[in-house]
Ligand binder design. Sequence first.
Ligand SMILES: [Ca+2]
Length: 362
Amino acid sequence: MVTIVGCKQLSGKTAAKEAIPAGDTVMSCTANLPSRFAVNASTDSIVANGNSSREGMVKIPGGEFLMGAADKEGRPDEYPQHAVHVDGFWMDATEVTNAMFMKFVKATGYITTAERAPDWEELKKQLPSGTPRPADSLLVAASLVFTPPAKPIQLNDVSQWWQWVKGASWKHPQGPGSSIKGKENSPVVQVSWDDAMAYAKWAGKRLPTEAEWEWAARSGLTNQPYTWGNESVDKGQPKANIWQGHFPDRNTKGDGYDRVAPVKSFAANSYGLYDMAGNVWEWCADWYRPDYYNQAGSKKLINPAGPAASYDPEEPTVPKRVVRGGSFLCHASYCASYRVSARMKTSPDTGLEHTGFRCVKN
Ligand SMILES: [Ca+2]
């Protein structure tokens, strides 16, 4: 595979410059992905559909909680726990499905990030002058597809299981030969943060803040590691669509699914929210910084909306938005991100086969 860099990797316009102590660096399952060229989608032309109903949403009460990991299982960016208040809001009970996203696309004609071939004339305006023009073969509409290796591998390089596939998009999640026929009730994937924002605008909703997301996932429980409480994910009935077996070469599908599962395939949490653990990562509104929780100090945060700018020490020039909840690729050996406090980060112009979203409303 040819390696190139995404436009944001080169421009780094919104990435903060501050250094973060090396000990706070967070290894991730989605950083240093096989590089890509993507263009930002614009939501300017999207008009809200005027539907003010709360169909498919559940009411999340306001309240206070300790955000971050209560146990020692967290990655460094989950500490310290700090007091947060969030006002009440409404949240989609499920991840946005292919059927829901299809309605949006039919109504607006929206073209997702992954479906847009980068226009060099536009792209070069965002790049340092003198950046050479990449080959035409690289300036194509494409997205990242999970491509498991045939045998066990070292887990230090995600490009061993993520492949930049021409023609992969929300309608073809694994590339041109795949489709979403019969998967209308599965979460839409291969959508960038920009795409999620466009959908939310049309639906008269918004993306949750990271604090709202964690508060909703905790579903009224105090200091529990999972959205269902504290029972191990492997005990009892399957609780979430994650990875069983040996990651990433062998999936024994103990939960019934090797890739996405239809929404509501597993029990809801006590707020009535499905798939707050596993299935697909969910975009949040916030920028990502691994040290954001340190900035809170002892002061209680009221409806925090995240840091003013992003900074990821693993890829300092690439802006990142927060994703939450983990996905069908999560396995305890590698990335137990079905834990309720687990944080991850992805560049907003990136689509992935394991990333989708849900919306909230005031
Ligand atoms: Ca699974």
